[in-house]
Design a protein around this ligand. Structure first.
Ligand code: HGY
Ligand code: MN
Ligand code: MN
Length: 415
């Protein structure tokens, strides 16, 4: 297949301007972003993205999960598209670049194809996946999971947020419950994303060529004790669900530390009931997040938690139950697509290294149904899921250049 010449580059200033214009929608309180999925701010960001895509001559379709596909026609419209993109929804205290770089880097690739008059045999589609973060509606990567056939549409519609609002109702409310069935043949998919870890910056590398991703297990735990007065209940009579959380927090850390350097574990979500200063917690609901790129280690961590947590709680006189509310096994990305990414970085003169993604991404699910690969760029101090998340324009430009080259090569330039 013809490869784009190494002098073909995207317009980094235009990309950088688009990223920061998008960041004005759903701003955080410290310069980052709070554009949570299916909120009014998400809707505003979607509408801006749609306007930009239509200005670039693309036609937008929205599927039943609200995922947006902006299409640039190929010379053979009957062929399945090369899809490039990521997600526009953010964490509540997220950064400006997580997901957004991948969507707008893909749009920039199309804008550059237009500037250069490049025609491709395969159509190209820029995608914005709904609810990648999973913070308002668990699990993460919800729309891409339905697209990959691992989650059911009705299950997704039934998911509720902390206020009890349903995903399907919120999708309808913001006007993005599309008609298109979820799922279609893809020729390939490429996702550009910030690393969200420290390796690329520490090694002075411009590009991460993602060969694998970590697997994930979200184990939602419920510890049940007895609400009672914090002042008048004698200590021996207490059934304090909070002590179960405290001991399981330490257990999760100990389990992950027993599998270094391959594993990580933490509890990021905690709901305490009734969450009153002078009532002993009667119930605590929390989610354990285990990850490893080794499936056996991932399963061993969950097994040990499910064996030891009930015993810890029994000794405290409180009850324990758990359920898996999110999971995917460690993905190995498509070697041809990975090579296209690596060759592009080499051709463009960018330093690069193979890397395993620590975070989960929509590409991890799509990898099950289409040839898929990811491009990563560094982020400052490896910080992400924090409003201080930062990258440089040069890193963003390098990542989008590589994405552009990999996509155009795979979609086959028509002279
Ligand atoms: O949880 C993740 O890894 C992703 O950022 N949603
Ligand atoms: Mn992301
Ligand atoms: Mn994220």
């Amino acid at each position: 297949m013809a490869k784009p010449a190494d002098n073909l580059r995207i317009n980094g200033d235009r990309l950088w301007a688009s990223i920061h214009e998008m960041a004005e929608i759903g701003p955080g309180v410290r310069g980052g972003s709070n554009r949570q999925t299916l909120t009014d701010d998400d809707a505003k960001g979607r509408k801006l993205f749609q306007r930009w895509c239509e200005d670039a001559g693309m036609t937008m379709t929205v599927d039943q999960m609200g995922t947006m596909f902006a299409r640039r026609e190929g010379t053979d419209p009957s062929l399945p598209p090369v899809v490039i993109g990521s997600h526009l929804d953010t964490q509540p205290t997220g950064g400006r670049y997580d997901g957004v770089l991948g969507v707008l880097g893909a749009l920039e690739a199309v804008r550059t194809m237009n500037d250069l008059g490049i025609k491709t045999k395969y159509p190209i589609e820029v995608v914005n996946w709904t609810n990648e973060e999973g913070t308002r509606f668990a699990p993460a990567m919800l729309a891409s999971g339905v697209f990959a056939g691992v989650l059911e549409l009705d299950y997704a519609y039934s998911r509720t947020d902390a206020e009890g609002l349903k995903f399907g109702d919120e999708l309808e409310r913001i006007g993005f419950k599309g008609e298109e069935p979820v799922g279609k043949p893809l020729h390939a998919l490429f996702e550009l994303h910030i690393e969200q870890g420290p390796i690329l910056e520490a090694e002075g590398k411009d590009i991460g060529v993602v060969t694998h991703g970590q697997g994930l297990r979200w184990v939602q735990c419920t510890v049940t004790g007895k609400e009672s007065h914090t002042g008048s209940t004698p200590m021996p009579m207490r059934k304090n669900a909070g002590r179960g959380l405290a001991q399981i927090t330490e257990l999760v850390h100990e389990i992950a530390m027993a599998h270094q350097p391959n594993a990580v574990g933490a509890i990021g979500h905690v709901d305490v009931y009734p969450n009153s200063r002078n009532i002993i917690p009667g119930k605590v609901v929390f989610t354990v997040d285990f990850r490893s790129h080794d499936l056996d280690i991932l399963n061993a961590m969950v097994e040990r938690l499910e064996a030891e947590a009930p015993k810890l709680c029994a000794a405290l006189g409180v009850g324990f139950e758990s359920e898996i509310v999110g999971q995917f096994d460690p993905p190995a990305f498509d070697e041809t697509c990975v090579k296209a990414v690596r060759d592009a970085a080499e051709r463009l003169g960018y330093s690069h290294r193979d890397i395993i993604s620590g975070a989960g991404h929509d590409a991890c699910w799509i990898n099950r149904v289409a040839p898929t690969a990811m491009v990563m760029c560094p982020c400052v101090d490896g910080l992400s899921h924090n409003e201080d998340e930062e990258i440089t324009k040069e890193w963003a430009t390098a990542g989008a250049d590589v994405l552009f080259h990999a996509a155009v090569e795979t979609a086959e330039i028509v002279a």
